[in-house]
Design a protein around this ligand. Sequence first.
Ligand SMILES: N[C@@H](CCC(=O)N[C@@H](CS)C(=O)NCC(=O)O)C(=O)O
Length: 218
Amino acid sequence: MSAPKIHLYALAGACSVAPHILLHEASLPFDKTIYNKEDLMKLGGYPDELKKLNPKAKVPVLRVDNEVITENPAIFTYISQLAPQKHLLGKTPLETVRAYEWLNYLSGTVHGQAYGMFYRPGRWVDVQDGSLDKHVAARAKQMIQEVYTYIDEKLEGKTWAVGDDFTAVDAYLYIFYRWGAGPAGLDMEKSYPNYAKIAKKVAERESTKEVLKAEGLN
Ligand SMILES: N[C@@H](CCC(=O)N[C@@H](CS)C(=O)NCC(=O)O)C(=O)O
């Protein structure tokens, strides 16, 4: 059987950093299209190429041969299945359950809810003049701190989020850590030391260094 043809569609610095890291961790050959925010601003959103693949108009998108996969937890699952020896979703059935427990929380509550409100306040209220945006964004900022407090407590005494090795959860946690220190303007290291310890270990991995370079991030 020939190796699958993989193509990742990503936005520099977005949640697609996580599957990008995992493709390197899995040592899978892949092509990539990395959009950047400036280009999207000029275009008024993702180009038709992306919207045709994903009518939800979001990245990441993973094309594997003729299959198009969207949603981070599904993409992580696919990558993990293509490299089972890497145990990217844990080594035991219970670790895999724990990994999904994390992934659902990170995708639904942290990303969809807290950061959805933070980045896109206008999507949460039916008031078109933007007058309520700052109130939604302020609540989002509180929510972001609440979720980080929960994450930090959950990571106390842990070497990695799940089991004793790196998994997809750590790569996913890493991008939300970056958003906390960047766009959300939080002192992550001081306020969330357990989270900081794991994010630093992810940052030190060769896979992450390659991704940061490829996406023009530091
Ligand atoms: N539930 C999706 C969320 C994907 C998502 O929100 N991606 C962001 C980048 S981090 C995006 O493309 N946003 C464009 C937009 O909301 O217009 C997933 O987990 O993959």
